[in-house]
Design a protein around this ligand. Structure first.
Ligand SMILES: [Cu+2]
Length: 382
């Protein structure tokens, strides 16, 4: 008897230690796979610990409530208690089961409210970025430094169409990431040029709607340099899944150098634009540039071969505008069509790129106007 008892208890002990060791490993792996991420800001870490607090409370409450239920069902079953007790109401019990949940809720509400108030505190920023969403890209304007640029998806179309392998950052990569410095409070002003979008970077615990006609606020302060990725998180049309957010956090000095580089680049682009419109371009020069711009900017809607998509996105092949007077075509591309997805390209593309893409449209997809549109003509129509 004692011997078999010892044996069983030894086996049980071994079993428990195996379970515990496995659980230890599993816990680390599970935390990676299932837990809400910790992120890289103080706010994101507080949000995670709030999540842990609530989850812990839920688990304890669940165990107590279900434990009491199962215990009652088992020990008061009919075979043991043929005649049920007949009491009604119990003031002490009612007081207890009102006060305890109230205390639990207040205990959870206090830290949650403190965190929420901090999340909403957009005062005293070191830097402000105006984020403007549109279908399907982000525009970042550094308010103090007065520089701005568009951030477009950079995943190759062939990866999207399963013609080449997808890499780790598939549809989470852009041509120009938002760049911000470490250790500074960055305030975001969010708005949209068309429909409702939402700017979301999980590692910062920042998720804010970008609504046309409104400006919403959010802020972050990141201590760890690195590249952080997010997405638009409000269904915003056909290419909703293709407008990622990428933020590059640089140490402060590197950030200042970056700002300076952006200023120099903007000045150079201005000079380049003057040079571009002061000479006459040939068809051979414009066509390859036009094709590149078309594939990067226009092909998502009008398709690479210009056939459009039903009534929603008109075909450019055989289009009256594309084959009609040049001025009307330039006007359409510069200003777009209000309240449609055909956006104004004037603020987005240079004179040269617009001239090139229009030249390309007028001489591709079976269109054969022979027109060469000059950057100067685009400049004058702006
Ligand atoms: Cu969107």
């Amino acid at each position: 008897m004692t011997r078999s008892y010892r044996r069983v208890s030894m086996l049980f002990g071994r079993f428990c230690s195996i379970v515990l060791v496995t659980f230890g490993f599993a816990q680390a792996a599970l935390a990676q796979a299932l837990d809400m991420r910790e992120g890289v800001t103080e706010v994101s870490q507080r949000v995670q610990s709030l999540h842990h607090l609530s989850l812990g409370v839920c688990i304890v409450v669940g165990i107590v409530v279900f434990g009491a239920m199962f215990y009652t069902m088992y020990s008061h079953r009919r075979s043991r208690h043929p005649t049920p007790a007949k009491f009604h109401e119990s003031t002490p019990v009612e007081i207890i089961w009102t006060i305890i949940p109230t205390l639990i809720l207040v205990g959870m509400a206090i830290p949650a409210t403190i965190t929420l108030i901090d999340i909403e505190d957009n005062s005293d920023p070191d830097l402000t970025v105006l984020v403007t969403a549109s279908q399907w890209k982000w525009h970042y304007q550094y308010v103090e430094a007065d520089i701005g640029f568009f951030s477009n998806l950079s995943t190759p179309q062939d990866a999207i169409n399963n013609l080449v392998d997808k890499d780790e950052n598939y549809i989470l990569e852009v041509d120009n990431p938002l760049v911000i410095p470490t250790n500074q409070k960055v305030r975001f002003l969010m708005t949209s040029g068309d429909v409702i979008h939402s700017w979301w970077v999980p590692d910062f615990a920042v998720k804010q709607d970008a609504i046309p006609g409104f400006i919403n606020e959010a802020w972050t302060r990141v201590d760890v340099p690195g590249i952080y990725r997010g997405q638009c998180t409000e269904l915003c049309g056909m290419n909703h899944a293709y407008m990622p957010v990428v933020v590059e956090v640089l140490p402060e000095e590197e950030f200042l150098t970056w700002i300076e580089d952006q200023r120099v680049a903007a000045a150079l682009a201005g000079e380049q634009a003057i040079a571009d419109r002061s000479r006459t371009w040939t068809m051979e020069e414009l066509m390859p540039i036009g094709e590149e711009v078309y594939i990067a900017q226009c092909a998502t809607c009008h398709l690479p071969d210009g056939v459009g998509q039903g009534i929603r996105y008109p075909a450019l092949a055989g289009s009256e505008i594309v084959n009609g007077p040049v001025e009307a075509h330039i006007e359409r591309v510069l200003n777009g069509v209000v309240d449609t997805e055909m956006q104004a390209w004037a603020p987005q593309l240079s004179d040269r790129d617009i001239a090139a893409v229009i030249t390309y449209e007028r001489n591709s997809f079976g269109n054969d106007t022979g027109d060469i549109v000059q950057p100067l003509a685009v400049f004058e129509s702006r």
